[in-house]
Ligand binder design. Structure first.
Ligand code: GAR
Length: 211
């Protein structure tokens, strides 16, 4: 059996998607990779408590501690290489990484986005805002997307998507919870397992799932 890929999960907040990955690993649904470290962009976020509770190393590389993005990313890269990380998972990570950073992990960085890309995505579309905009627009179906990260915000090749019908009269907060439960928390561990198992093949923008 080939060695497990070493995964870093990058977070900025509550970490429910991180929890889904931790639970998947415990349940034997994520077997081709192991969560080696959780890296928070802010101190004191609840995701770090989730990591501690699961016995996973959690560290903070605070954006604010660096005067430039370049220095921040240098520090991030050195933490990643010190731990021989193979795969990066952005799970509610609210910073945009530079093209040169992304090039250090070609097709090895994935992000979960709470909408069906190319709808409700790009700069300014994050967290609750995404659901507010979907409700304002009046769409009847939304969902989640897991995609590779490239230099364009939410612009990388799509790995998995799942649709969620929008119940009439739902609030943005409740829609966020619904999309997390029905789509994000299911798709993210699946996509990470596929990536770590080497089952994703690129054909231009298309990502094929191989067996
Ligand atoms: C999730 O809904 C995730 O898709 C979203 O932030 C939330 C984080 O929740 N990410 C983005 O909007 C990125 N564009 P979590 O911290 O509980 O996983």
């Amino acid at each position: 059996m080939s060695e497990k890929k070493r995964i870093a999960v990058l977070v900025s907040g509550g970490g429910t998607n991180l929890q889904a990955l931790i639970d998947a690993e415990k349940a034997g649904k994520l077997t081709s990779g192991e969560i080696a470290v959780v890296i928070a962009s802010k101190p004191g976020v609840f995701a770090l408590e989730r990591a501690a509770k699961a016995g996973v190393e959690g560290i903070c590389v605070e954006r604010k501690a660096f005067s430039s993005k370049e220095d921040f990313e240098k520090a991030l890269l050195s933490e990643l290489s010190a731990r021989k990380i193979d795969v990066l998972v952005l799970a509610g990570f609210m910073l945009v990484l530079s093209e040169s950073f992304i090039k250090s992990f070609p097709d090895r960085i994935v992000n979960v986005h709470p909408a069906l890309i190319p709808s409700f995505c790009g700069d300014g579309f994050y967290g609750l805002h995404v659901h507010e905009r979907a409700l304002e627009y009046g769409v009847k179906v939304t969902g989640a997307t897991v995609h590779f990260v490239n230099e364009i915000t939410d612009g990388g090749a799509i790995i998995l998507q799942k649709a969620v019908p929008i119940p009439e009269g739902i609030s943005a907060e409740n829609l966020q919870q619904l999309v997390m439960k029905e789509a994000e928390h299911i798709l993210l561990p699946q996509a990470v397992e596929l990536l770590c198992a080497g089952k994703l093949k690129r054909d231009g923008r298309r990502v094929l799932i191989t067996e």
